[in-house]
Design a protein around this ligand. Sequence first.
Ligand SMILES: NC(=O)c1ccc[n+]([C@@H]2O[C@H](COP(=O)([O-])OP(=O)(O)OC[C@H]3O[C@@H](n4cnc5c(N)ncnc54)[C@H](O)[C@@H]3O)[C@@H](O)[C@H]2O)c1
Ligand SMILES: [Zn+2]
Length: 489
Amino acid sequence: MQNSIQVRWHHAPFPSEMKTKWHTWTRNDLKQISHDFSGSWQKHLHACFQVVRSALNMSLPRSVGWTTSPDLPAEARLLIRDAARMYKRGVAFHDPCSEETATETLSGQYQIRQTEENSDELTEILTRKMADKAYFTLADQNILRHHVRLNQITHMPLEAKESLKTPETLIRIVECWDKFHQDKETALIIGGGIISDIGAFAASILGKSFILVPSTLLAMVDACIGGKCGINIPPFGKNQAGYFAFPDEVLLAPSLLRTLPEREFRSGSAECLKHAFLNPEASDITTLAGELRQLNPETLAHRLPELIRFKADLVSRDPLDRGERAILNFGHTLGHALEAISHSRVEDQHSIRHGEAVAVGMLFALILSRQTQQLPDHCYNALIQNIYESRILPHPEEVKQYLGMAPDDPHLPDIAWSYMIHDKKSDHNKEDSSRWILLSGPGRIARDQDAWTIPVSYQDFLKAWQTFIHIYLELFLTSSSSKIFSWKT
Ligand SMILES: NC(=O)c1ccc[n+]([C@@H]2O[C@H](COP(=O)([O-])OP(=O)(O)OC[C@H]3O[C@@H](n4cnc5c(N)ncnc54)[C@H](O)[C@@H]3O)[C@@H](O)[C@H]2O)c1
Ligand SMILES: [Zn+2]
């Protein structure tokens, strides 16, 4: 073993003290929900997801706590409590009929341990771990194709597809564990963000612990740190149900990245560069950009601790994502909108990858930072150069395929805006503002008084869009890697 990074966390999972508004669930609300209170956990889980769907239908914000009308039977109150825990990671729950406290405080810590990058050490560690038979192992089936020895220790191979990150797959995992491996107390989860999000959620629902073995760059620097797990609730979008749940430990084996497809590597590289842009103590970003371009796990292995530690420290300071942790959304305001547009217009396998959308979003956020936050020209040019040099930006022609429309299509900014202000009407309100993480320099986050996000008006957004299209298309006109950037638009 080489490096070891500690992640600490401490939080009240259902912070009722923060809630000012409450939604009361009544018998009437539950009429639509088929719950026969028979005690079967499958039925209970299905019913929980029906409650979550109802809440999504009502567009209930997370800031609203949940309470129940006193005439509801105890089982129904239990159902609302469990659904509250899942509703986008735990709204506050108050049960007027019991003494149950909603402010239980939890804390803990775990290690992220990095294995020697050029050895089979990981497989050996895992095989040794399996010898005591305490683990229920879930693994991405693509990894098993490449790392045959892991096959022998896997109980449940899974397909890593966003369209399968659903209640149905989750219930399938819980069922398999409950039926055939009840004696196993810990999940060993080997995969990228999809498998780790759903595997960790399944383990937490059963009250079991889990160990993560991230297999994508994105999972190594992002998804395995911070305790978020969950699933999508179609048609309501990504990660709409989940928990905060922290692993016992994370085993990091950069050698797994040798088989990672190039596009997935670049997608993870975008999050790596994002961490470097946000980190006031980042070492040379230009060197990192060059290393990311090489797509070489061995080169990157020595960089991972710094990139991981940055998020681990943020999570330790703000485990429940109530404040400072929001800065990790740099590049994500436009990025999430592009992902949503892509998923609504093209098939899963042709859609934009998360990191690709974030890379485009970071370019846009830098333009907005210069336009509204006085990001100095030399920083602006250097950071755009870093994005370009790292090769994380997808080509405009590729983006055209992923979005089903060209980046310079005149309708795109309006469609993106409607996603950013969560208003799907075509005559959406142009008076609204969208919220952005912006930079006033590398590692320097622009602030709006106490808030970490900056409001941006529709007019400012449109103005930045003109600049963005100009720069984005220009970047790909010639392909010289030694292009020197000096944008004075
Ligand atoms: N929990 C969090 O904090 C968090 C953070 C970021 C993203 N996410 C989630 O992560 C998901 C995206 O995850 P991802 O980008 O890590 O990838 P992924 O899990 O979608 O996997 C991408 C592809 O790479 C394949 N693959 C994975 N590892 C491989 C390997 N070592 N060799 C060969 N092929 C391999 C997979 O089979 C899949 O086809 C999204 O669902 C997103 O919501 C979660
Ligand atoms: Zn991200």
